[in-house]
Design a protein around this ligand. Structure first.
Ligand SMILES: NC(=O)c1ccc[n+]([C@@H]2O[C@H](COP(=O)([O-])OP(=O)(O)OC[C@H]3O[C@@H](n4cnc5c(N)ncnc54)[C@H](O)[C@@H]3O)[C@@H](O)[C@H]2O)c1
Length: 337
């Protein structure tokens, strides 16, 4: 596989800068960068030494360029559908930021665009590349924890200084905006929840028109239960503490901690001294994420988080939001995917 051959355009140059670094970090060529804010365009271009001729203020200027293989879409969530569909329609592979979109209508349109383009759409659920969570997945798959009976993850991130116009859109509820990380992580580790029930409160962020804390319990297939807690006004450092309880062991991990704690049962069924596992802290592992995207599009194998996978995470988030509003359990509808 020749990674050098992948020519990439990165659109949206705030968090998008992590994608420039991710692409560069695994040998891809930055064929173009784009931002409608001239200052952001100049700052990113100067920082990464991107030639003037490769800097664009309008994404439409990139669509006709035959030398671009793939586009990274890192603009506000409300624009994911429009730009992903445009680049897929122009024959480019797309790595679109999470959440894939904010509505079912948008995720469905993006799935159709990916299917009809013959190109790949990957949703950047970057927590799947966090070293602690990759290790957790490995331990689950190797049966070290036995059968999972309870999984929980929290997304606690203080948005006090992060709220801007597009994040204050009622559609950009915290459960979908940031909480999609925790929801996607539990889906990846335990499968699709069949039913969710949620409560929400709104006490910390008056500048947003939605709950700033939500707790959801969920039922997976078999006897697995789960819980997601999302707080976007919390008074603490960012964390995605995640605990997996299995019939043979328990794992405590976090994308912001350099250690994970693993308890496993011995022959007698009793939990023994915990094992402390050292792990690299890298909660935005854009290099590994881009590497997985590039490897898939260059080999023709499916990307790890394709359009349907991204849409299922959005479906669960929307079900949680609906349950907290109605006070009723909601069964996510995966029928469309
Ligand atoms: N994976 C993660 O952990 C993570 C972290 C932060 C943000 N994100 C996601 O990344 C995306 C961008 O978030 P952000 O924090 O960088 O937002 P931001 O508002 O800070 O920056 C967005 C940038 O996109 C530019 N832009 C907006 N519309 C554009 C358009 N049509 N064409 C070209 N440029 C345009 C803006 O000028 C701005 O520079 C969002 O989808 C967000 O949810 C993901």
């Amino acid at each position: 596989m020749n990674r050098q051959a992948l020519n990439v355009a990165v659109i949206g140059l705030q968090f998008g800068m992590a994608h420039i670094e991710g692409a560069m970090g695994c040998g891809a060529e930055i064929a173009a960068i784009c931002d409608c804010n001239e200052e952001h365009l100049r700052a990113a271009g100067d920082r990464y030494g991107i030639a003037e001729g490769k800097r664009y203020s309008d994404p439409r200027g990139l669509l006709g360029r035959d030398d671009i293989d793939a586009a990274v879409i890192a603009v506000p969530d409300q624009r994911h559908r429009e730009l992903s569909c445009a680049f897929l329609g122009a024959g480019k592979h797309v790595l679109c930021e999470k959440p894939m979109a904010l509505t079912r209508e948008d995720t469905a349109a993006m799935i159709r665009a990916a299917d009809s383009s013959g190109r790949q759409l990957m949703v950047g659920q970057i927590c799947r590349f966090t070293p602690a969570f990759e290790k957790a997945k490995e331990l689950v798959e190797n049966g070290v924890l036995g059968d999972l009976y309870f999984v929980e993850s929290e997304y606690a991130h203080d948005y006090m200084k992060l709220v801007d116009n597009w994040r204050a859109d009622p559609l950009r509820h915290g459960v979908i905006g940031g909480g999609c990380h925790a929801v996607d992580l539990l889906r990846w580790l335990a499968g699709d929840p069949r039913e969710v029930f949620a409560y929400g409160t709104h006490r910390l962020l008056p500048q947003v028109p939605y709950d700033d804390a939500t707790v959801a319990v969920m039922k997976f297939d078999g006897e697995t239960m789960g819980k997601v807690f999302v707080s976007t006004g919390c008074k603490r450092d960012y964390t995605m503490r995640t605990v997996l309880y299995g019939t043979r062991g328990t794992l405590i991990c976090d994308n912001t901690s350099p250690t994970m704690t693993l308890f496993t049962a011995g022959e007698d069924g009793m939990a023994h001294e915990p094992e402390i596992i050292d792990v690299e802290v890298n909660n935005h592992n854009a290099v590994r994420e881009f590497e997985a995207f590039a490897a898939a599009v260059q080999s023709g194998k499916p990307v790890p988080t394709d359009a349907r996978e991204g849409a299922r995470t959005v479906e669960v988030c929307l079900s949680i939001i609906e349950s907290a509003k109605t006070g009723k359990p909601v069964r996510p509808d995966y029928g469309a995917f």
